[in-house]
Design a protein. Structure first.
Length: 259
């Protein structure tokens, strides 16, 4: 039976890379994002390139109505979702005290609340069937302080810890939950956040398609946390194990140098 995958934030970047990779592997797709026109174009491209069934579900996951629409699709036992990719997320360019409360809440709603809601909707039918997977796109930034005043890393710390904990709770059910923790990826993410990141040609920048290939391999291997490349594995290890005062002092020095 062809497995259906639902991908949020599917119109660009990591989400679009997941959609292409899964279509190439024979999955049918449900594509979720706010922009119906971009969703329709992607679905048409995937049908033409891979012959897959690709349906669109426009939804704003910062809103209750948007989350509810996707939850309803995830809960459909007659048309089951075999893989949920919680990819949709945003960052903020400024520090906490310079952001409006509305912006901070919007980031929290998308990066945390939507991930919780959709995972909660997806898992019961998966557990009842005895198979299924959830990939929650987190970040290396969630392993420690990566910028003074940034709350993005805090949201991703939650995503990683949440994924690890939920995986423990379903470990004997045939269902897998994995956090994907990339570093810098060549996508629209930074431009949308208003972050100036230069030409993105450095060694730390990752290709979205290669990242997704690694993530799907790690999911197949049963890993709970997927960190791409030796460089980012080393960075994640340092952020996880160095004393917090050392990391925080390094962040302060780095900020002074940039200024």
């Amino acid at each position: 039976m062809t497995q259906t995958a639902l991908v949020t934030g599917a119109t660009a970047g990591i989400g679009a890379a997941f959609a292409r990779a899964l279509a190439a592997r024979g999955h049918d797709l449900v594509l979720v994002a706010r922009d119906r026109m971009r969703l329709e174009k992607l679905a048409t491209d995937l049908r033409g390139a891979y012959g897959s069934t690709a349906s669109v579900l426009p939804a704003d996951l910062t809103q209750d109505t948007g989350c509810a629409a996707v939850e309803q699709r995830l809960s459909d036992v007659d048309n089951p979702i075999g893989l949920l990719v919680n990819n949709a997320g945003i960052g903020l360019a400024r520090a906490f005290l310079k952001n409006s409360l509305d912006d901070e809440l919007r980031q929290l709603d998308l990066n945390v609340r939507a991930v919780l809601r959709l995972t909660h909707a997806a898992l019961p039918p998966m557990v009842a069937r005895g198979n299924g997977s959830v990939i929650n796109v987190s970040s290396v930034a969630g392993f420690g302080t990566t910028a003074p005043g940034s709350t993005y890393g805090a949201t991703k710390s939650w995503v990683t810890a949440f994924s690890e904990s939920v995986q423990l709770s379903v470990r004997n059910s045939g269902v897998r939950v994995m956090a994907l923790c990339p570093g810098l990826v060549r996508t629209e993410f930074h431009e949308r956040a208003g972050l100036d990141v230069g030409d993105r040609r450095g060694a730390m920048w990752l290709d979205a398609d290669a990242l997704v290939a690694t993530a799907l391999d790690d999911l197949r291997r049963g890993r709970t946390v997927s960190v791409p490349t030796v460089r980012y594995k080393a960075i994640a290890g340092l952020l996880r194990h160095l004393p917090r005062p050392v990391i925080n002092a390094a962040m302060i020095r780095s900020t002074r140098v940039r200024k």
